[in-house]
Design a protein around this ligand. Structure first.
Ligand code: PLP
Length: 288
């Protein structure tokens, strides 16, 4: 597994803004784990792939929309490790975009299904049909959202030796946030859903984290910028300003929303002077 740049580094960001507010901001650079395989997507795939291999599977099947970082990552990992991959894609047969054509170049077999069928993807009858079509495979849930995915994400904080007061992370399914939540000591965890109506993230996290750990979690629901995959001009302006100032690229779907929210909270004095904050850069840059 030495294709991956792990453990990822932890770097402090410096600016007058942060000095003026008396907080330290550090970044866990999971975006640097791999150029094609988004950082947290590898974390979520790692133990799934180990389990597939242990069980003697040579074929991975997973699900996603046409813009899914998880689909891109699974295809790239399959190519890297020599494992066959099948992507069950929500959409019309033959639809093309950069994510899908690159996944295809990485050898992923594309299987398009209608929106209605896609909704049935977790049912036994649907999975049985897929097995009739493709033979035996190891199934990875959409977004890598599973116990094994959470276990991979526990390693994010396990790699960090410094003490922090708060951790910030973006969320789509809440799998990454769950892994972090399990490893919290005295820090609080601030979760920024990239979707509208993100309070379901807490319910997802309840499946994986006990109540003592969940009590340390705070959801910030106001930084979705219109919803999943949507952007707003002030968010894009923040992204380019952030790049200019800190020389770190953020992605449109997840990390720029988190960082915008975090800076807004700092601006509004939501942190004490002297607080040390660790923001997780979950990656996503291949989607930019
Ligand atoms: C997929 C993704 C997330 C969301 O992770 P979840 O574990 O689904 O909450 C966050 N950031 C980036 C860059 C992603 O690609």
């Amino acid at each position: 597994m030495n294709f991956f740049n792990l453990p990822s580094s932890v770097q402090q960001l410096k600016s007058k803004f942060l000095d003026d507010h008396g907080v330290e901001l550090w970044l866990k650079r999971d975006d640097l784990i791999h150029t094609e395989i988004s950082g947290n997507k590898w974390r979520k795939l790692k133990y799934n792939i180990q389990e597939a291999t242990n069980r003697g599977h040579h074929k991975l099947l997973t699900f996603g929309g046409a813009y899914s970082n998880h689909i891109a990552a699974t295809a790239a990992v399959g190519k890297l490790l020599g494992i066959q991959t099948i992507g069950v894609i929500r959409g019309d047969e033959g639809f093309e975009n950069k994510t899908l054509s690159e996944a295809k170049l990485n050898g992923m077999h594309m299987h398009f299904v209608s929106r209605a069928d896609y909704k049935l993807k977790t049912t036994e009858s649907f999975q049985h049909k897929l097995e009739e079509h493709f033979g035996e495979f190891y199934l990875i849930p959409e977004g890598g959202a599973s116990e094994l995915g959470v276990q991979g994400c526990e390693e994010i904080l396990q790699e960090v030796n410094l003490q922090f007061d708060a951790i910030a992370v973006s969320a789509g399914t809440g799998t990454t946030a769950s892994g972090i939540c399990r490893q919290l000591k005295n820090e609080k965890l601030i979760v920024f859903p990239a979707l509208k109506g993100g309070s379901f993230i807490l319910e997802e996290m309840e499946q994986y984290c006990d109540s003592t750990q969940l009590a340390k979690v705070q959801l910030q629901l106001e930084y979705h910028f219109g919803g999943y995959g949507k952007t707003k001009p002030e968010q894009l302006a923040f992204m380019s300003q952030f790049f200019k100032e800190y020389k770190v690229e953020l992605d449109k779907i997840y990390t720029s929303k988190m960082m915008f929210g975090l800076f807004d909270l700092i601006q509004k004095s939501a942190f004490k002077r002297g607080d040390k904050i660790l923001a997780i850069h979950t990656g996503g840059l291949q989607g930019n």
